[in-house]
Design a binder for this molecule. Structure first.
Ligand SMILES: NC(=O)c1ccc[n+]([C@@H]2O[C@H](COP(=O)([O-])OP(=O)(O)OC[C@H]3O[C@@H](n4cnc5c(N)ncnc54)[C@H](OP(=O)(O)O)[C@@H]3O)[C@@H](O)[C@H]2O)c1
Length: 261
């Protein structure tokens, strides 16, 4: 635990911490002894989680309600993090626009870009600079199996997850040489508030948030990306190595139409 804290502490920023996987990341990192800066829009949910983690683990927690899509994200996070040494960034938040591309307003697709691409890029740049100067730290970007190919009915979301995957891969090599571990987590279906709220019409094999968060954190320093869960790894392998890309796109389209069509 102390080696983990020395490598990635003393503070971690969890962006998108109020529910689902973000709350699971916060609980895991608290159990490993890191102090936490929790960010999301819902102040009440952040406050409850902060109180739980202070009580359970005796760590310091700061909670900051802000929208990660805001134009002045970097100065807003700098203010929230004033005086803290952030050794780990977990960028977990995402926005998704589910449905036919043309039926969703452009503003919603642009919000996908702001939350899922602009946000992680900006925070990796700002916090990565401090980490590289110190010669230690870690960055986890939550990507998805949807990043591996185009996904009908989720086109902008899947493209944004590909952005996070490829960004993390590049930074894995570049910042890795400066002591900062970077990894993209390519999660499959996970039982979260966001997943339930999307009201899928079919049940699919699903993982628990705590298991996904643990797989992502344990993947730091081991490679540019990780797929939690044996079944998901098998699917990722088949899609990447065994099937033509256009077949993968069509399979994803059929699966997404069954879930949301
Ligand atoms: N669940 C899955 O099946 C699945 C599968 C593959 C990948 N993933 C990835 O895993 C990550 C987490 O997914 P999830 O299912 O846990 O999502 P979720 O249940 O919808 O939770 C998302 C978190 O991000 C926060 N958030 C969303 N938009 C925000 C914004 N504009 N500003 C600040 N905070 C914001 C939410 O809090 P507030 O509402 O309080 O702001 C919440 O804490 C995402 O990156 C997603 O792409 C999930």
């Amino acid at each position: 635990m102390s080696a983990f804290r020395e490598r990635y502490g003393p503070w971690a920023l969890v962006a998108g911490a109020s529910a689902g996987l973000g709350a699971a990341f916060a609980r895991l990192l608290a159990a490993r002894g890191l102090n936490l800066l929790l960010v999301a829009r819902r102040a009440d949910a952040l406050g409850r989680l902060a109180a739980e983690l202070r009580g359970a683990h005796g760590i310091d927690v700061r909670a900051e309600a802000l929208d990660l899509a805001r134009a002045d994200l970097v100065p807003a996070v700098e203010r929230a993090a004033a005086g803290l040494e952030l050794g780990l960034l977990v960028y977990n938040a995402a926005h998704s626009a589910i449905g036919p591309f043309l039926d969703r307003p452009l503003e919603e697709h642009l919000r996908v870009v702001d939350v899922n691409c602009r946000g992680p890029l900006a925070l990796a740049h700002r916090l990565g600079a401090d980490m590289a100067r110190r010669g230690r730290g870690g960055i986890v970007l939550m990507s998805s199996l949807a990043a591996s190919q185009g996904n009908p009915l989720l086109a902008s979301y899947a493209a944004s997850k590909a952005f996070e995957l490829v960004l993390a891969e590049g930074l894995w090599e570049e910042l890795g040489a400066r002591g900062v571990d970077v990894v993209a987590c390519r999660a499959g279906a996970t039982r979260t508030e966001g997943w339930e709220a999307s009201r899928p019409k079919e049940s699919v094999p699903i993982m628990e948030p705590a298991d996904v968060a643990r797989a992502a954190i344990d993947a730091l320093g081991r490679g540019p990306s990780a797929v939690p869960g044996a079944l998901n790894r098998l699917a990722a392998f088949a899609f990447a190595r065994l099937l033509p890309r256009r077949t993968c796109i069509r399979i994803m389209g059929r699966a997404t139409r069954r879930l949301y069509g």
